[in-house]
Design a protein around this ligand. Structure first.
Ligand code: GRF
Length: 220
């Protein structure tokens, strides 16, 4: 089986990267992580990648004159490594429409909300403050609009009365680590078809949504 090569872009600790590395450690997984690049020097995810024997590089955006030359360096690295899919995993730079158009339906992102609600930053704090009772995460195909684009997978979790930003983030993150490897596997094995904004997996209209298991309310 030829595995689809994937480049992962990160800026930080890389726990989602770790979930992808762990999934790809199984030779039966349809994608292999070929390259990891961080725009922040010293990002924790770089060590995770190196520990897994993966080429991990820093492409520091502050060292470039402009976004165009920074993105050209990313693009060049990804293509030279033979990557066919890009996974954004806590990558804190917005990619330009030019960059995105070079990878049509080939870039995935994970976002810690049930999109299209709560795009942007500080999602967990905002979702608690808004009085929501459910939160979650979304894997979507990247389009030029921030946190937009066809949804491949979502998981929902409860917001408990005593939740803080930290406890809720941890509960969401656990689900991120489940749905990101699943969504990447679908895309890498060509099981995703797009109809307008909707992504269908294996021709089903269920769009591969994964729901979190029964919440454990015992401690509340
Ligand atoms: C995750 O919450 C992800 O949803 C968001 O950034 C965070 C990255 O965490 N896009 P990690 O670096 O993968 O641990």
């Amino acid at each position: 089986m030829t595995r689809t090569k994937v480049g992962v872009l990160i800026s930080g600790r890389g726990s989602n990267l770790q979930a992808l590395l762990d999934a790809a450690a199984d030779p039966a997984y349809p994608a292999e992580i070929a390259l990891v690049m961080s725009n922040r020097p010293g990002a924790g995810g770089l060590s995770r990648a190196r520990a897994a024997g993966i080429d991990a590089r820093t492409i520091d955006h502050t060292a470039f004159e402009n976004r165009e030359s920074f993105e050209a360096a990313l693009d060049e690295g990804l293509r030279a490594a033979g990557c066919e899919i890009i996974c954004l995993a806590g990558f804190m730079r917005v990619l330009s429409a030019e960059f995105v158009s070079g990878w049509p339906n080939r870039i995935l992102n994970i976002h810690p909300s049930l999109l299209p609600a709560f795009k942007g930053l500080d999602v967990q704090r905002r979702v608690i403050e808004a009085g929501c009772t459910l939160a979650g995460c979304t894997v979507h195909i990247v389009t030029p609009e921030l946190d937009d684009g066809p949804i491949l997978a979502q998981a929902a979790v409860p917001i408990l009365p005593d939740d803080t930003e930290e406890t809720l983030s941890a509960r969401i993150l656990e689900q991120e680590h489940r749905i990101y490897p699943a969504a990447l596997a679908w895309l890498a094995s060509e099981r995703v078809r797009m109809v307008g904004r909707r992504a269908f997996v294996d021709g089903t209209s269920a769009i591969g949504a994964l729901l979190a298991p029964e919440p454990d309310y015992s401690h509340s």
